[in-house]
Ligand binder design. Structure first.
Ligand code: FES
Length: 163
């Protein structure tokens, strides 16, 4: 397992020659972290301990790398990820009310996941659809012009997916 995924120097030519062993190991570590997160939706501590043992990298080093990247999570994530855009255009057009309504509906704060893991609520900076403000994302989908009716439908979807 330790050498799996290592770069083959001949296949990458001069790039391989200039990469240090640490850089190569770091690439392998990030790939392994991504794989663990795909399986669990976050990075469980037990998996990180196992990774530490298998890659002979101190657990502190693994946490140091993982915390550097925003893509990694250390607590369980919801089956649905709702992100409310809090960029300027969305803020002006009611992002705060949307955020408050979701918080109240699911009894969670920003950054939290519901107990039944149906939803993780987050905020995000401008997602580039300011003309559709206020905007939120539901998993990979962008939802624009969010108003009461759309919000109700989103809540229903989350509840449906959460059961
Ligand atoms: S500010 Fe929300 S999409 Fe630009």
């Amino acid at each position: 397992m330790k050498n799996e995924g290592r770069l083959d120097l001949e296949s990458v030519g001069h790039v391989g020659e200039v990469l240090t062993e640490d850089q190569k190991n770091n690439g392998l570590l990030i790939h392994a972290l991504q794989s663990i997160q795909v399986i669990h939706n976050y990075l469980p501590e037990e998996e990180l301990k196992s990774l530490s043992k298998n890659l002979s990298i101190p657990l502190s080093g693994i946490y140091s790398t993982a915390t550097f990247y925003k893509q990694f999570y250390f607590t369980p994530r919801g089956r649905n990820i709702a992100r409310v855009c809090t960029g300027t255009a969305c803020h002006v057009r009611g992002a705060g009310e949307i955020l408050d309504a979701i918080k109240e509906e699911f009894n969670i704060k920003e950054g939290e996941t519901t107990e039944d893991a149906s939803l993780t609520l987050e905020t995000v900076g401008c997602v580039g659809c300011c003309g559709l403000a206020p905007v939120m994302t539901m998993n990979e989908e962008i939802v624009g012009e969010v108003e009461t009716e759309k919000l109700e439908s989103i809540v229903e979807r989350i509840r449906g997916n959460g059961e």
